[in-house]
Design a binder for this molecule. Structure first.
Ligand code: SF4
Length: 284
């Protein structure tokens, strides 16, 4: 298994303060160019595509692109803030995805708004809304795995509102990645090892911080994946088809899949590290 995250576009209605989906050019490639990118990823050995953004539900050709990924024989998942779903979308689209991931950092509305994880009118993910969403996905597409991603920052490291979440197949807890470019830095939101440990131990009693991913069984069912370091956590393809190496606090372009093969790009990015992280069904 070798997974790539396709950041289809930069646009998103939320304004998360920790968001590192910031690209040199956030406009999305034309549809046929994305198809070329997908073919190149398949040739390069990628087996799983995760559609991301920005907010991928804003991408206008999502259904057609998902179909093309499946035609290439790859699995496809999506990661979204979950605030734009409609019943119709869930009925029509959820069965197309092997997994739907929803990013939520807190169920406390005032904290979600402080963190920026809300729509412009202040709508955010509450526990009731999340429960209804999970139920709807289960009804519309029983085979689709449901994932819940949470980023731990200085704002929510002591928040307990998301303990005891039920009904998801996998939770991922990410320590916020520090990301700095010209004119942007989220460093002030970073957490200490102890703060991250404190958050995780609220879900996994006895957890002790160390700088490697862990997988635990959750009492509520499903598994909890703990990601204390997000260096090279997954292969990033930006909205222009660039392969991005996200080592350290910054990122750089290793090549473009419209002109370079994934193999060529991989020479610059230690692709073995990305692959190693995702080899085998039990890896997070
Ligand atoms: S929902 Fe995701 S893409 Fe949108 S601002 Fe937040 S972190 Fe960034």
């Amino acid at each position: 298994m070798y997974k790539a995250n396709l950041h289809l576009l930069e646009a998103c209605p939320c304004r998360c303060r920790h968001c590192f989906s910031r690209f040199e050019d956030g406009r999305s490639l034309p549809f046929e160019d994305w198809v070329r990118v997908i073919k190149e990823l398949r040739v390069g050995g990628v087996t799983d595509i995760n559609l991301a953004g920005g907010e991928p539900l804003l991408y206008p050709h999502l259904s057609a692109l998902t179909a093309r990924i499946r035609e290439e024989g790859m699995r496809v998942s999506i990661i979204t803030n979950g605030l734009l779903f409609s019943e119709q979308w869930l009925r029509d689209m959820a069965p197309d995805f092997d997994a739907v991931g929803i990013s939520v950092d807190t169920f406390r509305p005032e904290l979600a708004r402080q963190m920026g994880r809300c729509l412009p009118d202040g709508t955010c993910m509450t526990s009731g809304r999340f429960r209804r969403l999970v139920d709807s996905i289960r009804i519309c597409s029983p085979e689709t795995r449901i994932k819940l991603n949470t980023v731990v920052t200085r704002d929510n490291w002591d928040d307990a509102s998301m303990r005891g979440v039920r009904g998801v197949d996998r939770r991922k807890i990410f320590r916020m990645k520090v990301f700095e470019t010209e004119g942007f830095s989220n460093r002030d939101l970073s957490v200490t090892d102890g703060q991250f440990e404190s958050y995780v131990s609220g879900l996994v009693p006895g957890y002790r911080f160390h700088a490697c991913p862990d997988v635990f069984r959750a009492d509520e069912g499903g598994e909890i994946v703990v990601e204390p370091v997000m260096d090279r956590s997954y292969l990033i393809i930006d909205p222009q088809g660039n392969v991005i190496d996200n080592k350290g606090d910054a990122s750089h372009i290793a090549g473009n899949l419209l002109t370079d093969s994934l193999e060529d790009c991989a020479r610059h990015i230690r692709a073995d590290l990305y692959k190693a992280r995702y080899v085998g069904p039990d890896k997070p």
